[in-house]
Design a protein around this ligand. Structure first.
Ligand SMILES: N[C@@H](CCC[C@H](N)C(=O)O)C(=O)O
Length: 290
């Protein structure tokens, strides 16, 4: 039997780039090995991750959310591993739905492994995601790169982050070749690590080493974790002041604006772009699926 043709798109949010595979009925088999080949920048299409677009009702992990959100973002990292949440991914996912005529400008809900997220597609092209609550479990960790080490704050945005304030972003070294953190009891499933410097009042810049993808040019959940960690470091807690706190976060691939509200929820706003679409060559797919 010949392999069926599978459509894909390519998109990015602040240069965190994704292969998008629309598959409403959850009919496409995407084992980790195939995802890793599709995300390979030389032998595949290339991406920091893959967005498998499935109707919630058709996916066992999302069926319970189908009443609240028609579409499920089945997110995979570039190495094929599964993650709970991807902030830039949700924005690009929503942009794809809009482009495909499956969502309109305004509000929609997207199911993720981290729960249902509210998304707003604005007229000016910006996309805002209600990311839910940031959790800051007490335990900190130590992050070491090239002989330098820093205390890092443990922030959970549905997925795990360790946020380290450094003197210079260059001190994070070559994050492509040096995984800066080894598995520990604090993060048995691995962790995303953010390196942060100040740029001005409520304005920071960061680099990130993503679990399952290596250094990327942006990470939405990471930017939220950084904004919340920076606020606490600055003595700002919206739950105490009763006023929202907004931080601007510069990343190598662009800028994200993060607001934490008095109820502890976090909104993230940034761009989302579709750059191409095509068809995966069935012969190639057969060789990598083998
Ligand atoms: N790039 C994403 C985060 C993707 C998941 C992450 N690598 C993990 O394993 O938790 C974002 O924009 O949030």
């Amino acid at each position: 039997m010949s392999t069926p043709q599978i459509a894909f798109l390519k998109g990015h949010g602040t240069e965190n780039d994704f292969v998008i595979v629309p598959d409403p009925d959850n009919a496409v088999d995407l084992p980790a090995s195939v995802v890793a080949r599709l995300c390979d920048r030389r032998a595949g299409i290339g991406g920091d991750g893959l967005l498998h677009v499935v109707r919630s009702a058709a996916h066992p992990e999302a069926r319970a959310m189908a009443e609240q959100a028609e579409w499920f973002m089945d997110y995979r990292n570039a190495d094929g591993s599964v993650a709970e949440m991807c902030g830039n991914g949700v924005r690009v996912f929503a942009r794809y739905l809009q482009r495909a005529g499956l969502a309109a400008e305004g509000d929609l809900a997207v199911a993720t492994r981290g729960g249902v997220k509210g998304v707003h597609l604005a007229k000016d092209g910006a996309v805002t995601v209600s990311m839910g609550h940031a959790r800051l479990p007490g335990s900190g960790v130590r992050v070491t790169v090239d002989g330098r080490s820093w205390d890092a704050r443990n922030v959970n945005m549905g997925n795990p982050h360790a946020v380290a304030f450094v003197e210079d972003l260059a001190h994070a070294g070559d994050l492509r070749s040096v995984p800066p953190f080894s598995p520990s009891s604090v993060y048995p499933d691995g962790v995303n690590i953010e390196f942060v410097v100040d740029r001005g009042p409520r304005h920071v810049a960061m680099r990130v080493h993503e679990r399952g993808s290596g250094e990327t040019r942006s990470c939405g959940t990471g930017a939220c974790a950084v904004a919340v960690a920076a606020a606490r470091r600055d003595g700002v807690d919206p739950a105490v002041t009763g006023a929202p706190a907004t931080y601007t976060v510069d990343l190598p691939g662009g800028t994200l604006v993060i607001t934490e509200f008095p109820d502890g929820t976090v909104d993230m706003t940034g761009p989302a772009v579709i750059v191409a679409e095509g068809v995966i060559d069935p012969d190639w797919l057969e060789t990598v699926s083998g």
